[in-house]
Design a protein around this ligand. Sequence first.
Ligand code: DON
Length: 326
Amino acid sequence: LALQVLTKGLVVGDFKTFKEDVIAAFDSVRKDGSGEITTYIPGLSTYDTNKWSVSFCSVDGQVVALGDYKDTFTLQSVTKPILYGIMCDAVGTDTVHRYVGKEPSGFGFNKIVLGYGDVPHNPLINIGAITVASLVLPDESISDRFEFCYSKYKDLACNMSPGGISFNNVVYLSEKHNGHRNYAIGHYLLNKGCIDASSTGRLMEILELYFQLCSIEVDTRTVAAMGATLANGGKNVFTGEEVLSKNTVQNMLSLMYSCGMYDYSGEWSFEIGLPAKSGVSGVIMVILPNLGSLAMWSPPLDHYGNSVRGLGFTRNLLSRFKNDTA
Ligand code: DON
């Protein structure tokens, strides 16, 4: 399927048939309640394990929204490729990559470890994303920094996306008061000279921005709309506005392909073959280049931190295409 997608061989021109496949795959995993909900961020531990939603948004703006699509959740690590893309366009890809690498780490997402050259392995793990957050408007106020990023998130999703986008203060405060691992990562980065922060106060501001961007609240329609903008080379599928440059989107998708699914990324690329990013709230955003984006949300996670229903759904959907085109 990946090859077909990349060569535009998979044509979702017949939207009705595709929608039927998405619905069937959605139903196939509905009853699978296995997996564990995130507890290390208390604000995420209250989700109902039965929640399950999938949305698809095509590059020509057609939307399918299934299940609990009106329920909202936080972006968590799906924020990381977006922050990376925003900063590549803002300060240049080469500058960003002076601070962060392009390699899968082979470790869990919150491991306190650096890669070759004493920089974080990639921008899609905590240590890499916190480093990228340190590059956001260092001379401006914390409110300007958040607004600079948040406005781009809104442009990516477009407020025409019915779900919209907002901010979850409960999750933000929960991360801020319980994110000891991320504080440890921040101090390690400071100690190793990986971020330009001359004081602990500045480090705290960087971490705050990171926590805030993880706490952006969305539903699957919004995530699918954001993903569709990426599938569309950075142009918002509803407004036509270029939100991110094409080169930057290519780099984002490359890293999502190799590093987007925690330390299950290699298996995912082998099996599914599409750029994706998951988050500990139970969200997965999958990009089908030139076609659209699938967004899934179901809180129970597997051992790696990926949504169990989300993975099952994706496998099931792809098996339908493999059968169709065999
Ligand atoms: O910093 C954290 O641990 C969470 N805000 C995000 C973790 C997550 O979704 C996994 N990351 N790759």
